[in-house]
Design a protein around this ligand. Sequence first.
Ligand SMILES: *Cc1c(COP(=O)(O)O)cnc(C)c1O
Length: 366
Amino acid sequence: MTTNKDTPRLEIDLSKLAHNVRQIVDIFGAKGATVFGVTKGICGDPKIASVYLDNGITVLADSRLDNLAKLRASGITAPLLLLRFPSLKEAKSTVDLADISLQTEIPTMKELAKHAQQKNIKHKVILMVELGDLREGLMPEELDSVVEQVLPLEGLELAGIGANMACLGGIIQDDRNMTELSHLAENIENKFGIALDYVSVGNSVVYSWFKDTKDVKRVNNVRLGESILLGGRDLPEQKIPGLNLDVFTLVAEVIEAKVKPSIPWGEVFVDAFGNIPKFQDKGLIPRAICNVGRQDVSVQDLAPRKDVDIIGASSDHLIMDAKNSGLRVGDEVEFDMYYGALLSIMTSPYVKKYYMNDPFQSRDAG
Ligand SMILES: *Cc1c(COP(=O)(O)O)cnc(C)c1O
């Protein structure tokens, strides 16, 4: 394959992405749930966000205010949700940039309420509940008392409750914890005589519970990023049938290809990162170096599309056992990626981003 595009580069196929968005919206919509489209994995990229919005997603969610600001500055007018709790200092920008945010702390919500009142607007909050994953959330027994304190805060509107799973503790959604969340929502509605717009769960692992359960109960919203972008979660059984797994392609170029031994020789010291590396002796092997390294990507989260093995990487070099691939200098190598690789590539200024099958461009042209 020859092309004059720079390497390393990230190719983003917007038409494959659009397909994933439509599928996800349909799959979750079939059981009555709307989708918040999470953009943190792609740093709030406005082009990708626009594909979300053009294909059935109505609310965008990101963990960083900088990314929300980027989305707004690009002219996107859809409601925006802040996923990570803002610091107290960020309360004003949160009200300025986000229409909805996830919350647990009364002091933070008081700050938000104050700024929202000054602007004469209502900022929506979704109260997060801890269901066992132990990243963020109110303990279920605190929920009532927090609701009681939030409802009188002018400037805020209690839009729902939510929970986050599979982020720290590795705990997944199941009928037991999702039933608990539904009961908590019903209790609040009955006790305080209010209706909650959202009973919201995340993240992408929610798919396996969602497709298998007979009754999603009160769960009516999912917050998804990875499954839209990469077609599912890292585990093969979490891949969602019918979705494209290759929306993103990292392309690097071979800058050296030589037959060399498979184990280093000389006195053992340390590698570039202070570790003593271990190698398997396979005799002489064809070794290929690609022009991408740890400054660009979290190498352990890459999977080459060719039958070659990654041996290791330093800051700027990726070394592979080229096996029978016949790789030569100037050849391009394509890689699939797990979420960690996508995150690191998106934040590396050294990897150029190219949009493929851009519907907006052809629209402009036509
Ligand atoms: C990141 C995040 C999500 C989405 O996670 P994905 O794995 O990308 O689907 C959902 N909810 C919260 C609170 C998050 O921080």
